[in-house]
Design a protein around this ligand. Sequence first.
Ligand code: NAP
Length: 346
Amino acid sequence: MKNIVSRQIVLAKRPHGNAQCSDFDIVSTALPAPAEGQVVIRNSLISLDPYQRNLMGNAASELPPIDIGQAMPGPAVGVVQVSRNDKFAVGDTVVSWSGWQEYALSNGDDLQKIDASAAPLSTALGVLGHTGLTAWVGLNKFLEPKPGGTFVVTAAAGSVGSIVAQLAKLQGQHVVGIAGGPDKVRYLKEELGLDDAVDYKAPDFCEKLARALPDGLDTLFDNVGGSMFEALMPHFNMKAQIVICGTIAQYGFPGAAEGPNRLPELLKAFLYRFVEIRSFALPDHFDSMPAFLAEVTPLVAQGKIKYSEHFVDGFDTIPYAFLKLFDGRNTGKLIARVASAESAGQ
Ligand code: NAP
């Protein structure tokens, strides 16, 4: 094997508030030769995900942060270049957890082979990958279907939100999406066929929300938290079920939010409206991947579940592109293309 020099995007410093490009460094390192049992992967597609802000530290999450100087971890699609592991052959296309690096070494434990001819490779990071699985797990393992009930999704034009909204619609629920800006609202109603959608950036958001929820809400799939959750609290119906999938509005802000204390109102909703709140962490549910793929792959192939992907090109663009997740400049799954399929060996 010729010597491989691989670029990595590493954490340079811990952010205060939202992440910035200057929180990252790009470094080049010589990849060690693979040991017995290891493979070398060349990444072509790298997933950019909100939870990566939590891994940077000074975050609202309770996830342990990565070390300064460590490459940002996360899902990526790549091709095996060298194999010293019987389970993987040179040329296999895999999803790994190798993160923001051009080449990676793996012992195979984090690898999942994918069929490059079955669906576009990028779908393995989105609708048929970890974000689709997140939507499916949250819906099927943590919520009871309530046909005819009102199902609200926040960050509804995003990777997780857009899939859960469509799956809930297929269950016969009345689905209302919340997203930032008129283009996303149009996308949710006209392309994804949601029953209604509300722009939370509009000055009259609360009035629009009240008009979209004349009968309150029975289910909330929340990706946002913060003031979005507070705006929805008055609409919780009796026995409303809520799943907290994410709290992206809070990730950079570990302290208490400014403004009035709404905790008493939330406790009243628990006590008098018997509201139930649940949460989950995807890594506890990776074993659901086969059941999820068996159900959702045909729905995608038949066009019953639509998906949107937002590509950025080039390894160097990753830090800047990552920031899009936190101000809504992405629609659907955000993915960096870092090598052409041909050059990665696909
Ligand atoms: P995404 O929705 O594709 O992208 C993030 C979106 O969040 C942005 O496009 C933006 O859309 C919205 N957003 C960002 N900051 C906001 C704010 N302050 N207020 C309101 N909306 C804001 O990302 P994703 O990958 O699908 O993840 C969605 C959520 O699921 C995240 O909270 C993530 O952490 C969570 N998640 C949880 C698990 C789990 O295991 N529980 C697994 C995967 C993901 P707008 O333009 O609409 O503002």
